[in-house]
Design a protein around this ligand. Structure first.
Ligand SMILES: [Zn+2]
Length: 493
């Protein structure tokens, strides 16, 4: 565990080992609907402030909310992908509090009867698999956004952008099953990947589509009672999540070891100071005076609707990884990389479907393609069509060109959009002699010229040209010079 900035010396490892952290995460996810949850306003990010608003999302008197069916469907997709039970009947409630970003004076959320309960997801950390329980998943509306920078009078005033007010959110609450900051990281990574695969959210943390709060406490190892928990807010990157948890765990242990008590409160992660700071003592739930939302009917989800949503779920990352390992003989590590996003995994399968061998397609995508995309700072959809890459890989497999030439062809393909066959023909790169014929010729040349082999091995690099010339002559100039070079280097080394 790292030392926390300006908090004095880090705690001794044996002190840390005495305690067990208990962590649960609450993740808010913006659902990828075109319109808001209770009105028809657009949810588009980045529009000029206060242009996507109407009397409903501004909370004007006399307006009535109408539930967006698509938002319910999205939350159902997330629920089913997380093995939750989608409740036949759930209900919206008012969570009452006043804040300028909440013009109605209450947030419409779900409280006693959430949309879904009792799921889990499986994380993998340090080679071990572990199930983390999901307590509940519910629907709610987002608040507006306070803007403290970028306006002429920002020093004196706060500004509010109501475009975000009413954007559909789902809140996913985990069981307190997480035990270390790296497990928390793995949980959020796995959750994000599932939400991206199912198309439920774009999970863009910078734009606030995925926000994370953590409940954290510590207890002496072996105890089955929970310690006093603290809620840490504002964990808007994977790094902050891990840092804030590390800081908070050490703080708890330090307080307890010093004979103090942890007070139940909400704290904020301050990324500049690298510490958590007390924000407010924890409100009790009844401070919000929850009551059923009188303007909305309970949500009824029929078995048929649930089945229909279940049918449209794509293959989930975990299942896809297992299938890739079994069907293509690729290492679990490479499969992990290939399935990092749904688009990449689908591109890979398109290349294989177009006739390329699985292993070669995997190697080529993970090394050549990703390398070129990174170099050129291009997104995956700027890649050559899957069929074009498959054609190239088939040419290499059938020894029409060497792997070395293949790389040159691929780079040219990437730049020009021409096919591998066009490039090979135009640049005369094709070999009319197979690698095995070249190797046979090279072995014969080497066997007949052992004195030159000795000279080469003694460091006379000039002799190498002699060998190339001999092999080219033996193959009547029909061999690919690059292949001849590669094979000779291998045999002579
Ligand atoms: Zn609206």
């Amino acid at each position: 565990m790292t030392k926390s900035a300006s908090e004095g010396a880090a705690l001794a490892p044996e002190l840390l080992a005495k305690y067990e952290p208990v962590i649960g995460l609450e993740v808010h996810v913006q659902l990828l609907t075109k319109t808001k949850i209770f009105c028809g306003c657009s949810t588009r990010f980045g529009d000029p402030p206060n242009t996507n608003v109407c009397p409903v999302c501004l909370g004007l008197p006399g307006t009535l909310p109408v539930l967006n069916k698509r938002a319910v469907e999205m939350a159902m997709r997330a629920s089913l992908a997380l093995h939750c039970t989608v409740q036949e009947r759930s209900r919206f409630a008012r969570k009452n509090y006043f804040y300028p970003d909440l013009p109605k004076g209450y947030q419409i959320s779900q409280y006693e009867l959430p949309l879904a309960t009792g799921g889990w997801l499986e994380i993998e950390h340090d080679g071990a698999k572990k199930r983390i329980g999901i307590t509940r998943l519910h629907l709610e509306e987002d608040a507006a956004k306070n803007l403290h920078e970028g306006f002429s009078q920002s020093a004196q005033k706060a500004y509010i952008d109501y475009n975000r007010c009413g954007t559909p959110l789902t809140e996913i609450v985990s069981e307190p099953d997480i035990r270390t900051p790296p497990e928390a990281h793995a949980y959020l990574t796995t959750l994000r990947q599932i939400l991206l695969y199912t198309g439920v959210s774009d999970c863009n943390m910078e734009e606030g589509s995925l926000r994370c709060d953590a409940n954290v406490s510590v207890r002496q190892r072996g105890s089955d009672e929970f310690g006093t928990k603290v809620e840490v807010k504002n964990l808007n990157s994977f790094r902050y999540l891990q840092k804030a948890l590390e800081y908070e765990i050490e703080r708890h242990i330090g307080v307890l070891e010093g004979g103090g008590r942890i007070s139940q409160e909400t704290r904020l992660w301050n990324q500049i100071s690298g510490r958590t700071e007390s924000m407010r003592t924890k409100e009790k739930a009844h401070d919000y005076r929850y009551f059923p939302e009188p303007h909305l009917l309970p949500v009824h989800i029929s078995a048929a609707w649930r089945e229909e949503v279940l049918r449209t779920l794509p293959e989930l990352p975990e299942a896809k990884r297992a299938r890739f390992v079994n069907s293509y003989g690729i290492t679990p590590y490479d499969v992990e990389l290939l399935t990092a996003t749904r688009t990449l995994s689908e591109y890979f399968e398109d290349v294989v479907a177009a006739g390329a061998p699985g292993k070669a397609a995997s190697n080529w995508i993970l090394n050549e393609l990703i390398g070129l995309l990174n170099d050129k700072k291009k997104p995956l959809h700027d890649s050559p069509p899957a069929a074009a890459l498959a054609e190239l890989l088939k040419m290499i497999e059938s020894k029409q060109i060497t792997a070395g030439i293949g790389k040159r062809v691929f780079a040219a393909m990437f730049e020009s959009g021409r096919t591998a066959a066009e490039i090979v023909a135009a640049e005369g790169l094709g070999a009319r002699v197979s690698d095995s014929v070249i190797e046979q010729a090279a072995r014969e040349v080497i066997a007949k010229n052992l004195d030159n082999v000795a000279k080469f091995k003694a460091g006379n690099e000039g002799v190498f040209k002699f060998f190339v010339g001999q092999v080219m002559r033996a193959t009547r100039g029909q061999a690919n010079p690059q292949a001849v070079n590669d094979i000779l280097r291998r045999l002579l080394s």
